[in-house]
Write a protein that binds this ligand. Structure first.
Ligand SMILES: [Zn+2]
Length: 87
C-alpha cells in the first residue's frame, strides 16, 4: 500500500506577509467626516510601511502615498494624519 504524502497540510508560513498597498477607497467627504488610524498597515515597494487611515463619515481610506490629505468635518487635518504625512 502506498501512502500519498502530497495531500498533507500546507506548511505554515512563519509570518503573515504585510498587506500589499492597493488603491484607496475615495468618496466625497461629508460634514460628518472623522478620520482615524486603523490597525491596518500596507506595504508599498517604494514607500515601505504605510499606516492606513479611514474616514468614519464616508468610508474613504488614506495612506501617505495618496496625493491628497484628509480633512475632518471641522476643516482641520487630524494630527495623526499630519504626523504620517511628514514621516
Ligand atoms: Zn470622509
Amino acid at each position: 500500500m502506498v501512502v500519498d504524502q502530497t495531500g498533507a497540510m500546507p506548511p505554515d508560513s512563519a509570518a503573515e506577509p504585510p498587506t500589499t498597498a492597493r488603491p484607496c477607497a475615495s468618496w466625497p467627504c461629508q460634514s460628518i467626516c472623522l478620520w482615524r488610524q486603523t490597525d491596518e498597515q500596507w506595504y508599498d515597494e517604494r514607500a515601505g510601511e504605510l499606516a492606513v487611515f479611514s474616514c468614519g463619515g464616508c468610508g474613504s481610506e488614506w495612506v501617505r502615498t495618496e496625493p491628497w490629505t484628509p480633512v475632518d468635518a471641522t476643516g482641520q487635518v487630524p494630527a495623526a494624519v499630519a504626523a504620517e504625512r511628514f514621516r
